[in-house]
Ligand binder design. Sequence first.
Ligand code: LAN
Length: 763
Amino acid sequence: MWKFVSAGNSGGHPLLRSLNEFKGRQTWEFNPTAGTPEQRAEVERLRREFTEKKDVHHHSADELLRLQCADRIRAKKHAPPSGEIPENLTPERVEDHLKGAISFYECLQQDDGHWPGDYGGPMFLLPGLVIALYTTGVLDEVFTPAHKQEALRYLTNHQNPDGGFGLHIEGGSTMFGTGLNYVMARLLGMGPDEDLTRRAREWIHSRGGATYITSWGKFWLAVLGVYDWYGMNPLTPEMWLLPYSWWSGIGMMHPGRFWCHCRMVYLPMSYVYGKRGTCKETPLTAAIRQELYPQPYSRIDWNAARNQCAKEDLYYPHPLVQDVLWWTLYQAEGVLAGSGLRERALRECMKHIHYEDENTRYVDIGPVNKVINMLACWLEEPGGEAFKKHLPRVHDYLWLAEDGLKMQGYNGSQLWDTAFAAQAIAETGLLDVSAACLARAHAYVEQSQVIEEAAPPLSAYYRHISLGAWPFSSRDHGWPISDCSSEGLKAALRLASLPEDKVGAPIPAERLYDCVNVILSYQNSDGGMATYENTRSFHALEILNPAETFGDIIVDYSYVECTSACITALAEFRKRYPSHRPADISSALRRAEAFIRRIQRPDGSWYGSWGVCFTYGCWFGLTGLAALGHCCQNDPAVRRCCEFLVARQQREGDGGWGESYLSCEKKVYSQLEGGSHVVNTAWAMLGLMAAGYHKVDPAPLHAGARFLLRAQLPSGDWPQQHISGVFNRNCMITYANYRNIFPIWALGHYRRLALLGEQDIAH
Ligand code: LAN
């Protein structure tokens, strides 16, 4: 049976290194002898149930994780009240539901204080890993037969009825998803004429064949040797040798100015491209090569293939300048390939790759660069230590659920979830049922703060400062993020306001000062905050985005979420430490507020870039302004946003809010079909309450709260509904903990503000 392992887990691997004894590390291990017959039968039942509903409900619900906590869940002290939800809610009734919710959620918390959870969703990640493992000859070492079986289960569960695969679990079929997952099925041992592969191949052929895959797909196919490198637009590694400084003009295009996720993906990609790192041909790759295209492989026009892309994949079509640029670089390859300059460029790339690996303890910033860095290390030195150090960290990215084995979008969302959960649970004020849980969360927040910089010199590696920041996942990952730092700081401040004997000692002030320093450093000239770094280039550079499926990947822009999180954190901090950098903080707050106001849309809403979608953006927009004293009674901008939200509530229906992921792609509010969503409802309620709307008209909040209570399961959990996270406009990502965190937060806030009439701590 599979077992989830966390906290202090090095797997006994001698090359694995950690800064804090692997706090937050989450991996799944397979042990054929573990588990009772009843437990195994239960696992099979959960898998069957998922598969039966797979075409209606694409999202798994972390049932296997819950199963592992079954003993604790059975022993928990509180359950929510059963029976009809009354028309008029009382504080006592909501309190009973909250106690049930917290008692349940506490059962999922790990000893190190974090909440684990599925961070899957994208469908293009696992195939890249499998191709890299196959190419480097370690597929069978890293993937046991049990891994392969579960990866194939995942594929079977997420194949669309038309035979194709989406970019993410809820999306329609794309060539990127279908081409890569087809290849993965074959590498994992599926024959070409099984139901899954036959239908997927038909889908591929019906769209003209795999030459129509996106550029990232072309890259992976070329690595495997089933697509010609001549069919790729160049990933010229020499771009790393460009001058960085802006006055050179060309310096504005230096990759060091790109959004770190983009730069860190194209870095190893250009190394592998420059080396034309390709898998040694095997009978299997020779067969796949013939299967992917309707025409014979030898007759493919590779020059034409460079710019082919299936219409299903095209979110950001190439503008003409790109065609000209890639054509020029394509010609230049004749001179550059094999030149001394290429050698230098490749050495430069490797220098940055090793730096990234070492400074993230081989976790790396994300799932894509993790795998390509690993491949690059192998290409540089096949038996080398760097490659060996990469292997155990592969497991940090794998997650198992009832739908199978998947690769996650990060090594988890541990700090992010824990910081939110701590704030949510603290907000309920129910310390008698939550003290131990908050104390553990406090320890995780304390343990995950970045307390030293990445290796010097930061500027030579284009790194922003990190000292005092919080990462999104774990200390070992360690990349600093503006809003994760802010949520970490807010959690720390909130916990510090509770009795030390109950929730543990506060984080020392000096460490909070360091965090404030990082937050202040994130402010851009437009007043807003971006994600990991400052905005280093112009929006116009987006014209160079070669990734057809993703929008806005070249530049790290200011976002409402990041800016608002920084505002609320600084505002809270200022209340507790009024004499620390008061002038810097006031001026930062003023400029950040102006930014948020400027990007509010004419209809009053904010577009959310990292969650689905307008309800998420509005929650941030409203809490940001509320922290500075603006509410719907005194501010027309706040009022407009409240009206936007209230107009989208399903008042005639179930009383909640439900937003479809299509909002993200289309940038227009799209109602979810089939009922409201607990997470959207909670965000909308939190936004409205921050704005003081319950004092103007509490009815929408009563209706929203009743929806949340009705949706709660007898265990105290909430059901997993549609996917809640997004990146780059078009790709969705799972936040498995949101279904617990946000209903608790919204109901806790609702009980205090709307039912007990307490004042919001923000005012
Ligand atoms: C994340 C996850 C966290 C997220 C928040 C902190 C929630 C957000 O407020 C800021 C942006 C950030 C840090 C974020 C950015 C994009 C990420 C890293 C991801 C959604 C997780 C996976 C995604 C990454 C880009 C996936 C790999 C794909 C590429 C296109 C490189």
